[in-house]
Design a protein around this ligand. Structure first.
Ligand SMILES: *Cc1c(COP(=O)(O)O)cnc(C)c1O
Length: 397
């Protein structure tokens, strides 16, 4: 019996992985236990975030870190911190930025739906470069000089959306921004694994990096990480935490929040709507420990076997199956099922969703006529159901 059935819902088979639309990643038992244990006791949230900051700093090499309600929240908070620093007046005015620098420079080819989170803090995005390769109108990507050419008196910082194929490289953009004393905020929400990215992106000198807690780390879906420079992470923390206290009594953790730089206790800030609970913080830290230790790697062979089991079940049907096993020993294997025609793949995808139980497969390669099976949520039982539903829908009719 499923908890969702109590509410009139039948759970689906998630063969799409840690996608946000389907509730993120499955939390390991240790993470769920940490979540429940934390619910039974009270600690002040700023004190807890101070401990989290030390744990995150150790895992990432950053000066400080903050558990946020997601990578998107980390982008809003990181932007807010860049716009205000510890200036109480600016904190109070966000998202209105009249009279102080508020432009974030971003490569046009890096624009995406998540940059709404940056604009939500009050920043205005200023695009540089072109998307000439996609446009079929040229051969070049964004170049470093284009960032510098866009820097001006209203520039607050640079937004960089990370990806292994990104150009120009993060380190070069950071170096250019720092020559003009501007900070760089990196969206690295989905850039784990590899584990090495926990440290590698900050090692470029980037000022703030945002990671998702509910994807590969397998923490609660509504968690994320903002890590980087202590002054910026501290400014983000005071704009997220609840500030209903007396300045005379307020003793925030010194290695997260620099109380000495504040003339008073700010009111609730722009990030107050992005609060995280003590349960989420403890669960995220527990998940991060597992992820960073490589504990998830041991599960990869079982996941691969489940995909091979699905592929074997489709033997004899008019599809081509390919299990892709990344060479890094950290990333999940994926099963690609090639139907040939994009329209046919779309149709099977729809019928799988509408069936009983409803099945959702990865939809990122439909334009190539392929379904993708991600094993993250598959148990032995769900694998068997998935194989049956795929066989039914892929059989010639
Ligand atoms: C998933 C994702 C986000 C949002 O992360 P959340 O933790 O869901 O808020 C932001 N940027 C990129 C590039 C992502 O892939």
């Amino acid at each position: 019996m499923s908890i969702f059935e109590d509410w009139g819902l039948e759970p689906i088979i998630n063969a799409a992985g840690a996608v946000t639309r389907l509730g993120g990643a499955p939390m390991p038992d240790a993470v769920l236990e940490a979540f429940c244990a934390a619910a039974h006791e009270t600690v002040p949230l700023d004190t807890l975030q101070g401990v989290a900051s030390r744990v995150l700093a150790e895992a990432t090499g950053a000066e400080a870190g903050l558990v946020t309600s997601g990578a998107a929240a980390a982008l809003t908070l990181g932007t807010a911190a860049i716009l205000t620093g510890y200036d109480l007046g600016r904190m109070e005015r966000l998202p209105h930025c009249d009279g102080f620098p508020h432009e974030m420079i971003v490569a046009r080819e890096q624009r995406n739906g998540y940059d709404h989170a940056v604009r939500a803090a009050g920043a205005r995005l200023v695009e540089v470069g072109f998307n000439e390769i996609v446009a079929g109108a040229g051969v070049r990507r964004t170049e470093v000089w284009e960032y510098e050419a866009a820097f001006g008196p209203l520039t607050a910082g640079v937004l960089y959306v990370h990806d292994p194929e990104r150009a120009p490289p993060l380190a070069e953009v950071v170096a250019q921004a720092h020559r003009s004393r501007l900070p760089v905020l990196v969206d690295a929400a989905g850039e784990l694994p590899p584990r090495a990215n926990l440290r590698a992106l900050l090692a470029t000198g980037a000022d703030l990096v945002a990671f998702s807690g509910g994807k590969a780390i397998r923490g609660p879906q509504a968690t994320g990480i903002l890590c980087g420079r202590r002054d910026l992470v501290g400014a983000a923390a005071v704009q997220m935490l609840d500030m209903d206290d007396h300045f005379e009594l307020w003793e925030p953790p010194a290695d997260l929040i620099d109380r000495g730089r504040l003339a008073g206790i700010p009111r609730h800030g722009i990030g107050r709507a992005l609060k995280v609970s003590k349960e989420q913080i403890v669960a995220l830290l527990t998940a991060l420990k597992l992820f960073a230790s490589g504990a998830y790697d041991a599960e990869l062979p079982v996941r691969r076997r489940r995909l091979e089991q699905v592929a074997a079940a489709l033997d004899g049907l008019p599809v081509r199956c390919l299990v892709r096993v990344p060479a890094d020993g950290e990333s999940l294997p994926l099963l690609e099922i090639a139907l040939g025609e994009p329209a046919a793949a779309m149709d099977v995808c729809r019928r799988l969703r509408r069936g009983r139980p409803s099945v959702q497969v990865g939809h990122g390669l439909l334009h190539e006529g392929k379904l993708v099976v991600n094993p993250l949520h598959l148990t032995e039982e769900r694998t068997a159901i998935l194989a049956r539903r795929l066989r039914e829908e892929l059989a010639p009719r």
